[in-house]
Design a protein around this ligand. Sequence first.
Ligand code: ME8
Length: 658
Amino acid sequence: MEKKRFYITTPIYYPSDKLHIGHTYCTVATDAMARYKRLQGYDVMFLTGTDEHGQKIETKAQEAGVTPKQFVDNIVEGPKGVKDLWKLMNVSYDRFIRTTDEYHVESVQKIFKKMYEKGDIYKGKYKGKYCTPCESFWTESQLKDGCCPDCGRPVVDAEEEAYFFRLSKYADRVRDLLENTDFLQPRSRVNEMIHNFIDPGLEDLCVSRTSFSWGIPVDFDSKHVVYVWLDALFNYTTALGFLNETYSDYDKFWPADVHFVGKEIVRFHSIIWPAMLMSMDMPLPKHVYGHGWLLLDGGKMSKSKGNVVDPYVLAERYSADALRFFLLRTFPFGTDGNFSNELLINTINVDLANDLGNLLSRTTAMADKYFGGTLSEAQAEGDEDAELIAMASALRDKYEAQMEKYQMQNALSEVFNVIARANKYIDETAPWVLAKDEATKPRLARVLYNLAETLRICGTLLLPFIPDTCTKIFEQIGADADLTTWEKAAAFGVLSKTATLHKGENIFPRIDAAKEIAELEELENAQKAKAQAAVAPAIEVEPQTTEDVDFDTFCKSDFRAVKVKACEAVAKSKKLLRFTLDDGTGTDRQILSGIHKWYEPEALVGKTLVAIVNLPPRKMMGLDSNGMLLSAVHTENGEEALNLIMVDDKIPAGAKLC
Ligand code: ME8
């Protein structure tokens, strides 16, 4: 009989920097699902890869003094690069796509042309906002406090001739897909998409660029390169051979069963991607699952801050299995989680060293000690065995129910409940007492047999998570490969009653938490210092304007020293601060200023600032602003930096500056 098929993907990573623990999280989760489906007997295609075009890569390569291709080659194929990391983490992908692969380029060109010929891509003029780090276009209405709604960084004005995709045409079908099917999971993400993007109205999407060249050229209009997201999203199909001859798995595996993606790219996968597939008359993937982020100190990891966690360091120190397990056991897949070294070491010590490790070592050590390894014929089950056997027998189905919902942490909890029950069972049955009397030896054999069976079942179900460790477990309990299958994970009593066990190496030695945490902190501080040195502030100031202003015009501007009497954040605005100022007139002056990103309001009370006071009043968020505070603006490491002009406190409120 032909096997059932399962196609799962990770996002394809930007090789603009080395990957960190957040990227590892998603890939390891995908790997666990792929291994789980293989265990169930599916014919699995697990795709991962790298998304190598776009302005960000072009700029990074320029900075590094190499070509974009050399730059990405190094990060993808080079030492400790993307592929090395997946090898270290035991990631069992079936295919790795690079968007610079020729077959992909060829397919994307054909796709672009098809959509153009259909009339779903047309030429127009792009005017709007562009977030360079995210490679995303935004309309004014989509910005949050004037900044990129995804990353919160400033956007720049952009205007150029461009091709557009008729996203608006598919708005109703996409809404229906999101609202009335289980396409996008978890469900909370649906509300976000509908509320933030569909309800305000979908606008056509700019899908080509002319201002840089590192991309796939539009073959019928070569000054344009294809927008990196169109190029990237279609990887899921080109890697199967869609519109190319390199592979021939499209009919076999498309549509995908699930795309695992981080929450900030759910929009691309649940709105733009299905709309493009609709345009191409292609079937839609069955599910998109938007997982949460791993945070560090409550914030997003950022290479430039040096606060990224290096999976290499952790996997080399504690093993790939320990890291894989930690990531999937600790953080619910659909929500954000806070990474910490304490949590990592605690999870290894409690779950792996104590619960699982002890269960294995106690069971095998007792088999060695009391039976020389080979169990004698066991007695029939007793009442004391019933609960453990019932739990172990029911485990596979409970685990499956969680895995089918991509709730890996819950599936692992089910397994560890049984492991905890088995440890308790050792205390209840007290094998060391049974061992004292020849007459209770058959009972002792039954106890150890039950423990070995529990380990076999738990080990089988842990295979997707900690594959290397499970091999060691099976070897120590004498379970051959044909006893560790999905089918046999639902049956208790499969091991031979006279199985031979032996105590092997400790699978997870206990970690000295205090010592390790101190060492990790030291390593991290060194890494932070290095990152900060590497990004020694690249300061840019705006070029001077050459346009002259006549003296009389200049003199019309009324600059005054003002003292901050009160300052507070404006409700519902991330940017605005409301200043109550003494301007020397005896009446308070109110000015609103979008500087919350740089200043906490309470820090400004009492300061003497400079304001231009004869500007016409402006309304902002329903409040009057009478004038403007002066500040100095420059760019630092690509981000806007702002400093209010503060003058000597001896200068009285209202003093005129000229
Ligand atoms: O988005 N925690 O690539 P990317 C959890 N090329 N996940 C994280 C994370 C964190 N701290 N940091 C990053 C791209 N990720 C595109 C994808 S797919 C057609 C194109 C996740 O390298 C992030 O959420 O910036 C995303 O899903 C993935 O890593 C790749 O991010």
